[in-house]
Design a protein around this ligand. Structure first.
Ligand code: CUA
Length: 163
């Protein structure tokens, strides 16, 4: 039966991809999560947003050298400023952002370095990235946080390595 067979093949042409595509996506998910170690940023801790002034490391927002070529940025977001908002590190640095918000929900998007965090009052967010080449990288707040949301940004300045 030519007609019946044609319909069957036509159905098969839809059924196979509809099974194969989700299966391939699942495989990609498993490989990136367990093979490449790519995860959605999780909650790295909790902090009382009303007591940031007394709570380390947020009582002193700054860039800290924690080892050879390794830095931590202790960052506090508040309306409508990042503190610190200018971060200097030498090229070749591994930088961990440890960040929170003092008031409302903010975001931290550092597109060039693939950092994308939500900064919620009470929660500590953490992300580690690498800056290999000298240059300037803009970071912005990407959660609407009020009238001056668009003015909330900062820069990572990667300096040539000193010898
Ligand atoms: Cu902070 Cu938008």
């Amino acid at each position: 039966m030519m007609r019946g067979r044609t319909i069957y093949l036509y159905e098969l042409a839809w059924i196979l991809p509809s099974v194969a595509i989700p299966a391939a996506m699942l495989v990609a998910l498993v490989v990136t999560a367990f093979g490449a170690g790519i995860h959605v940023p999780g909650v790295a801790g909790r902090v009382d947003p009303t007591k940031l002034a007394e709570t380390a490391p947020f009582n002193e927002p700054r860039v800290v050298e924690v080892g050879p070529g390794r830095y931590e940025v202790h960052l506090v977001a508040g309306i409508w400023v990042f503190s610190p908002n200018e971060i200097h590190v030498p090229a070749g640095s591994t930088v961990t952002f440890i960040a929170t918000s003092r008031d409302v929900i903010h975001g931290l998007l550092l597109h060039d370095a693939n950092v994308n965090l939500m900064l919620l009052p009470g929660r500590v967010a953490r992300a580690t990235t690498q800056f290999n080449k000298p240059g300037e990288h803009l970071f912005v707040c990407h959660e609407y946080c009020g009238i001056a949301h668009h003015t909330m940004f900062g820069k990572v300045i990667v300096e040539p390595r000193q010898h």
